[in-house]
Design a protein around this ligand. Structure first.
Ligand code: PRX
Length: 687
């Protein structure tokens, strides 16, 4: 445990720092309440005022907001500013340049290797985006086409997404840690015509051959009758084509200091593959934006679904633009001289909204970080904070917890004097980690913003405002403007005062998802049928006596591993593909660093033995099918699974078994009670 342990208090309210409050956009809780009231009572007026800061080619043709949240009254639909014409790329680049920010740094790029870095201004970014927009057009991509992006954290990733937005193509970014199969599933579901990638990337001391993963995904898509006609490849690692194409392919696990470029073997399909730099060379840097309807799709991003099949969460142009820029402005109290850093990968929603669109929408300077918090050592984040004088910093609780383990010295070695606001996202933050973040990283003088939101919400929905909200460690506090949360019980009855139940939202804010790509019915069933008239988050929440909201975690079969949601069904279907497995069930299990991890129960077919090798094989099959981040921590032999008489697996019992808790509650619905003893006998020693 860190040496700051003695200073940890478990109770208390943390007031906004005075220094920050003075110039904050929202300076007091009363001001927040007043603005909030207007935002929920007169949402059209509230957002109309904000929309004035953006460029619209033409205004909405109908009402500013039209929606139906109640499926019993008709199809669920949410429309903000329908008929208005705009372009988000124009708004985040051209508009900022027109207001004098052309020479301002849009992004600093900090590579995995501390010696690798770069920067790009708004003007330069626009030029590259326009060039790439023309490349996309030349490759036959047009408005409404889907484009998959599977890239490392490099500036080209944001260039690719903004270029799609400029021409009205819909980007579908897949985190470059997913397996070929996961990428193929997503390419096929969205019918992507093209894939953007890079040759490879170093993650810490590991070299990943991204192109190889993409090749395999495209091959799998072809097998399933979907042809990807173009693959555009950024040369991120390799100094020349020949060395890449003829490489001998043994490039693994060499430290970046040695940079064995020549060892990355890349296969080239000349009918399909093109190098980014080749097609960019002669491309024009003038590109008229496609004027999009506010309700045209901007992007889709896949998130796990409880059936195991990922859902393509679809966001549209206008509302997403307003909400990401506005949350960024207020939640990070954006000021023009800020250097802002969100460590999330752009492959997740946090990166979409708070590496790319939100900061750029405000004309901010931020950092794109390719590395990991542990490389070259556990001080890397704070080294980068000092290097760029970062003022606002945003990361995940899992990163905070893993750094805490190394003690305070990796932090205190750096000054961190520039820091003013520290944010967290992705999972509940435990008070110890919150306090360490506040006291050690922030020297006790920074505001902490614990932001609750989801891929589906597009931006922060429950969050403190740093100059206005007194915080409690572990609570996401109060709703953002335009968001109306409620806590309901099993029957959908709204609970008032101090209460615990399901977290729902009663009216739409601008960046709520509009549909599941290609499956509106699934959208309605997943989010709107459980509690008619409300959007159901899938999370539990508690409201305390002071009105603070505490997120208690998922209430469905979803596991949140290091801030990444996975469905237990997805893991189970990977496991049963192994020849030894006849049945599998996986549950969420508490984990000190990751928050939650995956604990699997497998029933083997006759003739197979449960051995350490088999455990490794089963872990590997999940890695290969989904991605390394999905690897289960525990695999347990389960000669039988606890089931009801109707054959439903009783996951509650499995969760208890996983933690070794014999207080099982009511087991009378079990078909065979003897299963329980067997399960407890077979718990792995390290569980
Ligand atoms: O369970 C909640 C948890 O992460 C889920 C959303 O995951 P995803 O769509 O991958 O987006 C993550 C980044 C926005 C939520 O349903 N979650 C997210 N933020 C918090 C959180 N749980 C508690 N506190 C948070 N601040």
């Amino acid at each position: 445990m860190a040496d700051s342990e003695n200073s940890v208090e478990m109770e208390g309210l943390y007031q906004p720092p005075n220094e920050l409050q003075k110039d904050a956009h929202v300076k007091s809780f009363d001001q927040y309440k007043e603005m909030y009231k207007k935002s929920v009572e007169e949402p059209e007026e509230f957002w109309k005022e904000i929309a004035k800061e953006f460029y619209w080619k033409s205004p909405p043709t109908g009402r500013f907001l039209e929606y139906n949240f109640d499926y019993t009254q008709g199809p669920i639909s949410i429309k903000w500013m329908e008929g208005a014409k705009t372009n988000i790329c124009y708004n985040v680049l051209d508009r900022n340049i027109e207001r004098g920010l052309g020479d301002k740094i849009a992004f600093y790029w900090e590579g995995n290797d501390p010696n690798d870095h770069g920067k790009i201004t708004y003007k330069e970014l626009l030029q590259k985006v326009c060039k790439f927009a023309n490349v996309l057009k030349a490759q036959g991509i047009k408005k409404g086409d889907r484009v998959a992006i599977y890239m490392p954290m490099i500036v080209e990733l944001t260039i690719a997404m903004l270029a799609c937005a400029r021409i009205g193509a819909i980007h579908s970014i897949v985190f470059a840690g997913y397996s070929s199969e996961s990428l193929a599933d997503r390419i096929i579901d969205a019918k992507c015509l093209a894939v953007m990638t890079a040759d490879g990337v170093w993650r810490g001391t590991k070299l990943l051959n991204l192109k190889q993963i993409v090749d395999e995904a495209i091959r799998l898509s072809g097998e399933r009758s979907h042809k990807v006609s173009k693959c555009i490849v950024v040369r991120h690692l390799s100094p020349s084509d020949e060395e890449v194409i003829d490489g001998d392919g043994d490039g693994h696990d060499e430290p970046p200091a040695k940079r064995p470029y020549r060892k990355l073997k890349i296969n080239w399909h000349s009918d399909r593959d093109v190098w980014w730099h080749d097609v960019m060379k002669d491309s024009s840097d003038i590109s008229e934006p496609e004027w999009m309807d506010a309700e045209d799709p901007l992007f889709m991003l896949y998130t796990s679904g409880s059936t195991g099949k990922p859902k393509g969460v679809l966001h549209t142009v206008g509302g997403y633009m307003l909400f990401t820029a506005t949350t960024f402005k207020y939640v990070f109290d954006y000021q023009p001289d800020d250097v802002y850093w969100c460590t999330a990968d752009v492959g997740w929603i946090t990166g979409h909204s708070y590496v790319c669109y939100g900061p750029l929408g405000n004309g901010a300077t931020s950092i794109i970080f390719e590395g990991t918090p542990m490389y070259p050592d556990a001080g890397r984040l704070w080294e980068v904070v000092d290097k760029y004088k970062v003022t606002k910093f945003y990361t995940a609780p899992t990163a905070i917890r893993s750094l805490m383990k190394f003690g305070d010295s990796f932090v205190t070695k750096y000054s961190r004097k520039s820091l003013k606001i520290l944010g967290t996202v992705g999972e509940p933050i435990n008070p110890e980690a919150w306090l360490w973040y506040h006291k050690v990283v922030g020297n006790g003088k920074c505001a902490i913003v614990d932001t609750f939101w989801q891929t589906e919400t597009g931006g922060h929905v429950i969050t403190p405002l740093p100059g206005a909200t007194a915080t409690k460690p572990g609570s996401a506090t109060f709703p953002f403007f335009g968001v109306v949360p409620a806590i309901v019980n099993d029957e959908g009855k709204e609970l008032t005062g101090a209460a615990e139940g399901y977290l729902v939202f009663k009216q739409p804010w601008p960046s709520i998802m509009r549909t599941v790509y290609g499956d509106h019915e699934r959208f309605e069933t997943t989010y709107f049928k459980k509690f008619p008239g409300c959007y159901c988050t899938g999370d539990g929440a508690r409201r305390d006596e002071d009105g603070y909201i505490w997120i208690t975690g998922r209430i469905d079969d979803m596991v949140n591993v290091s801030g990444h949601l996975l469905s237990t069904a997805e893991v189970e279907s990977a496991l049963i593909e192994h020849k030894a497995v006849t049945e599998a069930a996986s549950v969420s299990h508490p984990h000190k660093i990751k928050g939650e991890c995956i604990y699997c129960f497998v029933t083997l077919k006759q003739g197979f033995e449960f051995t350490p090798d088999l455990t490794t094989e089963l872990k590997n099959i999940v890695r290969a099918k989904i991605g390394p981040f999905a690897q289960p921590d525990f695999i347990q032999n389960a000669p039988a699974l606890p089931k009801t008489r109707s054959g439903k697996i009783m996951r509650r019992i499995l969760r208890k078994t996983a933690v070794g808790d014999r207080q099982l509650g009511d087991t009378s619905t079990l078909a065979d009670e003897s299963v329980i003893d067997l399960l407890f006998q077979n718990r792995p020693n390290d569980a």
